[in-house]
Design a protein around this ligand. Sequence first.
Ligand code: FES
Ligand code: FES
Length: 160
Amino acid sequence: MNALTLSFTLNGNEVSIEISPNTLLVDLLRDNLRLTGTKVGCRDGECGACTVLLDGTPVNSCILPAAKVQGRSVTTIEGLAHENGQLSEIQEAFMHEGAAQCGFCTPGMIMNSTALLEKNPQPDDQEIRESLSGTLCRCTGYRKIVQAVVTAGEMKKSQG
Ligand code: FES
Ligand code: FES
């Protein structure tokens, strides 16, 4: 199959790269671009470990052909810190609340939470659980994850 040249914005930077037309976004990110913060679990769109933001909306990168991001903006966990290197509020809150154990689900949880807080800066427990329902955690029981999202919302509010 003929290679194609893919151009898109990745974590705020323009990227242009030759790929095979059947490359999946998660493989482009992890294998070609060496951004291994995005995890691979089921490879079937079921577990949410591979979640990244496409134009601000969470997508499962394991089932998305990389060619679909042509001209669009992709954000991964590596792109969330502020320009001065300080972690984002949701990253800080996950650490503060002890919301990660093995950490495998954490990038997906954080990407989904980032999108949620962008839409709804003060979500309640139910809204958080619904928003994270497509991201599976086998370790934490979710309570601390939900608390971390609440805390991140409060941090954002207090920072205006
Ligand atoms: S690895 Fe993509 S949803 Fe599980
Ligand atoms: S912290 Fe281990 S899967 Fe969530």
